[in-house]
Design a protein around this ligand. Sequence first.
Ligand code: NAD
Ligand code: GLY
Length: 368
Amino acid sequence: MNKENFHIKVSLTSNPYEIVIGENSLENIGDELYKIGFKEGLKVLVVSNQEVSNNYSDCIIKSLIKHKYNPKLLILKAGEEQKNQLSIDLIHDAAYEARLERGSLMIALGGGVIGDMTGFAAATWLRGIHVVQIPTTLLAMVDASIGGKTGINHTKGKNLIGAFHQPRLVLIDPKTLFTLPEREFKAGMSEVIKYGVISDLELFELLERQENISELSRIKEKLLVEIIKRSARSKAEIVVKDEKESGVRAFLNYGHTFGHVIENLCGYGKWLHGEAVAMGMVAVGELAVQRRLWREIDAKRQRQLIEKAGLPTKWPKLELESVLNSLKGDKKVKDGKVSFVMPLKIGDVKIFNDISNKEINECLQKLN
Ligand code: NAD
Ligand code: GLY
């Protein structure tokens, strides 16, 4: 792997920061924090879970101590079902125990669940303290860690409680993916495919040309880094254009409207977030074909790529009424209308909020 670090700027006017991608970047966390102005004696709460911490927290803690920072480690249980208020209370309890101050720092070491929760805990502790994201899943590297969306689930719906809170730094070491379960890797590939469809035809075609995109062991390191870089850059560009999602940032929700329905109705954790998004992209692709917005051939290309990534393309058995109810509870409902990000061609999408229940029913029938 290339030893050089890649830097991607997230040039937000009020909270600019960098995404640093590179081998051994975890061991250099102390240097990176020093470079962005954190001083000796800084109190740091590292939040992780057991699986991730077993592999990666030692080197981070060592690096922090070497730079005379003052770290504490909090281990939470793993899993989407832990993304709730109870976990936030645990992080806040640890913040209190560690006497974190306004200038202190939380580090999220893990996947999107740890990232979203730690970000939200940091956003709400003392009305907002610093947070650094160290994503260790593909999904978190290319999406969740970037852009400042933080939050937890409510019993009635996913990510309903949250805040925008930009990190001070995102540090990505692609080699952490080598300990990630294969199913989680595939789930992350779903968000990579999403970038292809919403804005990056070249990325889509690059993925199409590969023989294998479902098994990490069969993906060359150079390609892996390229995929992470391109995706992270796409995310950064969109966030810079529209930090608080009043416009183009909503494109990132491509596949998520139906995806959230699956997650809500099938139970958190049964379908991984990325798997639900993959199915959501297939579903909304079908809806777009039905409306003659998208060519059948492009829907087929998308489906084939999703299948090649080892992701689901078969809609689960769900009552139509439950699906419609769940759609109404989505965060993206405006004036009672559900928004759908629909593909127009590969690399271009548009938002529609005039989709009828009849159309949704017709589309879901076709997916069974
Ligand atoms: P996750 O955080 O649950 O991680 C998946 C599993 O992999 C966990 O069991 C974790 O312990 C394990 N794991 C993580 N890194 C590992 C590693 N390197 N080696 C071994 N095991 C490892 O799942 P995820 O897919 O990363 O994140 C999904 C969450 O992200 C969802 O809650 C979703 O809502 C959220 N999300 C947020 C945003 C955002 O913009 N904030 C964007 C997309 C998704
Ligand atoms: N994952 C969607 C967003 O960050 O806006």
